[in-house]
Design a protein around this ligand. Structure first.
Ligand code: F6R
Length: 611
């Protein structure tokens, strides 16, 4: 949540920062601003998207070789010009950008007001910058020292960048709980919430760790611990291609990412599923194989779409590996008093690797001695680094706020994991393993085929674009898919939608069904097919409008449904990888037809770094 970017070097900072803000806009987009240091310290900020900020500063003097920018997802204070970042200190000699939440801001603010500091916003961030100013005044110290002392006083999460008019050619940054990456160029440095604003200029990056302070001054990078001990920067080479973060001819990132799935699923299997050799490998579990084999149970923690992938994993791990699984909302798990033992394995699933609740759930489970396995998409992310072991999904950057290719990549990795563990535990025979390997290898082609339904689905979307409600039903492996379909629709089209296990319908939701209610039923050929057919009859008897996702060649359901979407046949345990695709497309087209901003839906942000 919130994107931050900064530059110090020999180029014009402002264009680099604005471009970076566009790349980070998926993290928040209710206001944006820049601070430029060029003798003076000028802050320009505006409510709205980065494009509005750009228009606002078009006529201003933006020449500077040091600067920083922010795109906001509001936590404290409504989205408006004054709550936008950067924030000045009272003297306007220091400015800050911040991603995170300062929990003790109210007490600090009261104290600072008593010292004469004046506030122009409702934000916790303005308290932070005034605290730095007050500390500098009281101690007559450098900005770096003042920032360090301030970090000891704030409680909460932050990634910050601070500039001071009195110490030009210097940029100070720090992190705790919110991501921060340094791009190391030749005679120039970049700072950002993730690598996307940086890779155009350099592929050498340093991931800042919690409690580290970064000082970039006179061309030198200095990273120190909170206790002022110098750290050796660990420079990593990124392998992110520029075109992976651009739209590449698609109207929206979401559509591009839906269409990327044949490739992203393949990438998630690459090097892990070796069909010819008959091998499955997953480097991440090698050292923990015995733990998995002997695990009493697996607890999966995640949020949102990643939680839906976790539900699919529950079916997979119980079916294939016969290990009891509990799937938990990280936000609930962290505040319960869950029973966790050293024999438990906790799998944390997260696209961004930055979700605050998932990270907190990991810390809790770790403190009780569980082994933590991470499944993340973003390399070097906080969750990836907090886990004992893990596997990256390799879906490539996901920019559209609604998660699509990350979901199928997560399910792919979880399928491989369940197959490996099941085989090791002896619950998955050689023959069944081989069959599943062959079938999993064919999934990218089947997803490719499901994508050919795009035009057909656009026509269905046309019919339903103005309805106020939708119901999604599925059973077994398709129950999490129903939940995911409903989530996709509501988050980007703002149509109320609910996902239900099809048989649960008669315990309540059936009361909603009348001739106006579209009901998406995922009814592929599997062990519960007959039962789902009965559920469809129940909907039909109440005049519900049925949109059925069926297996190619089905002759029964087409006679009952108003619309039928045929997906290729696959094994029951792999079906979510295929059946979710038409639901992604349906929500996309409905949202576009309703004129919604699909890549940046209202109130949402891609990476939820606040609890
Ligand atoms: C829905 C969506 C969210 C995320 C959730 C978890 O389309 O994107 O529900 O799935 O915020 O995010 P990650 O996976 O980054 O932990």
């Amino acid at each position: 949540m919130c994107g931050i970017v900064a530059y110090i070097g020999y180029r014009e900072a402002c264009p680099i920062i604005l471009k970076g803000l566009h790349r980070l806009e998926y993290r928040g987009y209710d206001s944006a601003g820049v601070a430029l240091l060029n003798g003076d310290l000028n802050v320009y900020k505006k409510k709205g998207k980065v494009a509005e900020l750009e228009a606002f500063i078009a006529e201003k003097d933006t020449r500077a070789q040091v600067g920083m920018g922010h795109t906001r997802w509001a936590t404290h204070g409504e989205p408006n010009d004054s709550n936008a970042h950067p924030h000045y200190s009272t003297s306007e000699r220091i400015a800050i950008i911040h991603n995170g939440i300062i929990e003790n801001y109210a007490a600090l603010k009261q104290h600072l007001q008593q010292q004469g500091h004046v506030f122009h916003s409702d934000t916790d961030t303005e308290v932070f910058v005034n605290l730095i100013e007050e500390i500098q005044k009281q101690n007559n110290c450098t900005l770096e020292e003042a920032v360090r002392l301030a970090l000891h006083e704030v409680v909460g999460a932050y990634a910050i960048v601070v500039l001071s008019r009195d110490e030009p050619n210097q940029l100070i940054a720090a992190r705790k709980g919110s991501p921060l990456v340094i791009g190391v160029g030749k005679d120039e440095y970049f700072l950002a919430s993730d690598a996307t604003p940086i890779i155009e200029y350099t592929n050498e990056v340093v991931y800042v760790n919690d409690y580290e302070i970064v000082v970039i001054k006179d061309g030198q990078l200095d990273i120190r611990s909170k206790e002022d001990v110098q750290q050796t920067p660990y420079i990593q080479k990124l392998e992110m291609a520029l075109d992976s973060i651009e739209k590449g001819g698609y109207e929206h990132f979401m559509l591009k990412e839906i269409f990327e799935q044949p490739r992203s699923i393949l990438d998630s299997m690459r090097g892990r599923l070796e069909l010819e050799a008959g091998h499955l490998n997953m480097g991440g579990i090698r050292a923990y194989e015995r733990k998995f084999v002997n695990a009493d149970r697996i607890i999966i923690v995640a949020c949102g779409t990643s939680w839906h992938a976790g539900l699919v994993a529950e079916y997979l791990l119980e079916d294939l590996a016969r290990i009891p699984v509990e799937v938990e909302y990280a936000s609930e798990f962290r505040y319960r008093n869950p029973i966790i033992t050293e024999r438990d394995i906790v799998i944390a699933i997260s696209q961004s690797g930055e979700t605050a609740d998932t990270l907190a759930a990991i810390e809790l489970a770790k403190s009780k001695g569980a082994t933590i396995f991470g499944i993340c998409n973003v390399v070097g992310s906080s969750i990836a680094r907090a886990t004992d072991a893990g596997a990256y999904t390799h879906a490539g950057p996901e920019i559209g706020v609604a998660s699509t290719k990350a979901f199928t990549a997560q399910v792919t990795v979880l399928t491989l994991l369940a197959m490996i563990v099941g085989h090791k535990r002896g619950t998955l025979s050689d023959t069944r393993l081989r069959e599943l390997m062959v079938e999993l290898s064919s999934i990218p082609a089947k997803v490719e085929k499901a994508l050919l339904l795009n035009d057909e689905i656009e026509l269905i979307a046309e019919t339903f674009k103005d309805v106020p409600n939708f119901l999604y039903l599925g059973r077994g492996y398709n129950f999490p898919v129903a939940l995911e379909g409903a989530l996709k629709l509501k988050e980007i089209s703002y149509i109320h939608a609910e996902g239900y296990p099809a048989a649960e319908m008669k315990h309540g939701p059936i009361a909603l069904i009348d001739e106006n209610m579209p009901v998406v039923v995922i009814a592929t050929k599997d062990s519960s097919y007959e039962k789902v057919v009965s559920n469809i009859q129940e909907v039909k008897a109440r005049k519900g409008r049925i949109i059925a996702v069926v297996t190619e060649g089905d002759t029964v359901i087409p006679a009952m449904a108003e619309f039928v979407i045929e997906v290729p046949l696959t094994s029951e345990v792999l079906v979510p990888l295929v059946s979710v695709v038409p639901l992604q497309l349906l929500s996309y087209h409905i949202a576009v037809l309703r004129g919604c901003n699909v890549d940046q839906p209202r109130n949402l942000a891609k990476s939820v770094t606040v609890e």
